[in-house]
Design a protein around this ligand. Structure first.
Ligand code: ADP
Ligand code: MG
Length: 460
């Protein structure tokens, strides 16, 4: 085991409760440490996600302290072969098939892609392909643009900038482009990298005097650059500069650049103007929260891919309960399937309801209209019932408009449903409130900050 990992383990063990350490940290296995990336292996997907959501950051901080360098932690999922002696998909018992869900390969190391990927730093998840992406009104524009770019990289829409909330499929689409490009022409070099990793590699190469190598890798040996979560670069000035030059070099040579972000370029004040302007040279597309039919279709697709016996009524039930984030929707399905196989029970609405209840109380709560009304009224120090009234003073109408905007953005509720829950307002009132706040976000710093703060509170 690497020295750093042993030291870090000791340091964080002292800081965590024994139980949490035993449950979430000890089972992680050390895989490799390459200087900028520490790779660990989690026993299953659920473990990986829990770790990433709750412990990864503090671990990274600890390593920065111990080793003095910024590193990226990557977590792989233990491949099924070492856990299951036979392939449960061959079994006629549907419960056995569902047990495949836990150790499903999800990490980069488990990919069995036939196509080579250009650099050692890029890796594509085998599951993120166009054929596993469900298209609906919320994402059809982004999907069409992504397919077009994959067909003719560098010749249209350069860069393609995809933005949208967390867990709505940005990374999936981005990697699907990579797969499709490689399927057509395996000789092309496709680089997928998160902005965070781009920065960490940059810093490490800078320290080690290897900038030539770094530039070579991203500027010369790259036909398609897929850069994920670019909002991460906000405020990181030197990395932005480096990225700016990388961007220019690739763009001049007609190499395709695809960028994802959880924010629209203009909503990132700490991003250099010249980068923002370049981001809008090509095409900017958004991905919205999928509506019910699309959520059901996504669940069915996932169930099919993982051989989970998912009855229609359960798919519908899950999709109607978990509305604003596809990743959580998927997580719920995985949990339900895992518990059903562990407890030997079949997947019914009643069973799913039980599992979901424990999930909802463990903090995976969805954003609801009531939730938004509660937080907005406490943020602006007014009474929730004021939001539902028809009172017009700005101290009340402004929070009301913000709340309506957030309902549009964070929940899949229709205009008339939102209007109804705001004391029976007309759908046009909701629409104009939403438009007004969107315009204000662009023009007025204070509004933008309030809306962002509220979004953080609501989605944490
Ligand atoms: P983001 O990068 O926007 O945070 P991801 O691309 O990681 O979101 O998506 C989260 C999960 O939801 C992934 O497992 C992805 O496969 C799945 N997902 C999101 N949208 C779709 C879709 N339209 N069809 C199928 N799966 C989807
Ligand atoms: Mg992502």
């Amino acid at each position: 085991m690497h020295q750093i990992w042993t030291t870090v383990l000791q340091a964080i063990e002292a800081k965590m409760s024994d139980q949490n350490f035993d449950v979430w940290i000890r089972p992680l296995r050390f895989v490799s440490f390459t200087g900028s990336t520490l790779t660990l292996m989690a026993p299953n997907l659920y473990h990986k996600e829990w770790f990433e959501d709750n412990y990864k950051r503090s671990l990274q901080r600890e390593i920065l302290k111990q080793a003095g360098s910024e590193i990226t932690i990557e977590v792989l999922v233990q491949p099924p072969a070492s856990k299951a002696p036979r392939d449960p998909a061959d079994s006629p018992d549907p419960r056995a098939a569902a047990s495949r869900v836990l150790p499903t390969p999800h990490g980069a190391a488990c990919r069995k892609s036939s196509a080579p990927v250009s650099t050692s730093s890029s890796s594509l998840n085998d599951r993120y392909r166009f054929d596993s992406f469900v298209v609906g009104p919320s994402n059809q524009f982004a999907h069409a643009a992504a397919e077009l770019v994959a067909k003719m990289p560098g010749s249209k829409y350069n860069p393609l900038f995809i933005y949208g909330g967390t867990g709505l499929g940005k990374t999936h689409l981005l990697q699907a482009i990579g797969h499709a490009v490689l399927e057509k022409d395996a000789a092309r070099s496709v680089t997928y990298i998160t902005a965070e990793r781009f920065m960490n590699e940059f810093i490490n190469c800078l320290r080690q005097g290897k900038m030539e190598e770094y530039r070579e890798r991203y500027r010369s040996h790259c036909d398609v650059l897929l850069i994920d979560d670019v909002q991460f670069l906000a405020g990181k000035d030197r990395t932005q500069q480096e990225f700016f030059h990388t961007f220019n070099a690739l763009h001049e040579n007609k190499k395709q650049i695809v960028i994802t972000s959880d924010k629209f370029p203009n909503q990132m004040p700490e991003l250099e103007e010249r980068l923002k302007s370049r981001f809008s040279w090509g095409l900017i597309v958004d991905i919205l929260v999928p509506e019910l039919e699309t959520r059901v279709a996504i669940l069915k697709k996932k169930a099919e891919l993982d051989s989970i016996p998912l009855p229609d009524d359960v798919a519908h039930f899950l999709a109607s309960r978990i509305r604003s984030n596809v990743r959580e929707l998927e997580g719920a399905l995985i949990r339900v399937a895992a518990f059903s196989s562990l407890q030997g029970r079949s997947i019914t609405v009643e069973f799913t309801q039980q599992i979901l209840q424990s999930m909802l109380s463990s903090g995976c709560e969805q954003v609801t209209i009531e939730h938004i009304q509660r937080e907005v009224s406490s943020y602006f120090n007014i009474r929730p019932k004021d939001l539902k009234s028809s009172r017009r003073p700005r101290s009340i109408s402004f929070p009301r408009q913000i709340a309506m905007h957030l309902c549009r953005k964070l929940t899949p509720a229709s205009l008339s449903e939102i209007g109804r829950q705001f004391g029976g307002k007309d759908h046009t009132t909701v629409l104009s409130a939403d438009r007004k706040i969107k315009a204000l976000i662009e023009q007025d710093e204070a509004t933008r900050q309030s809306v962002e703060a509220l979004e953080r509170i609501l989605t944490r």
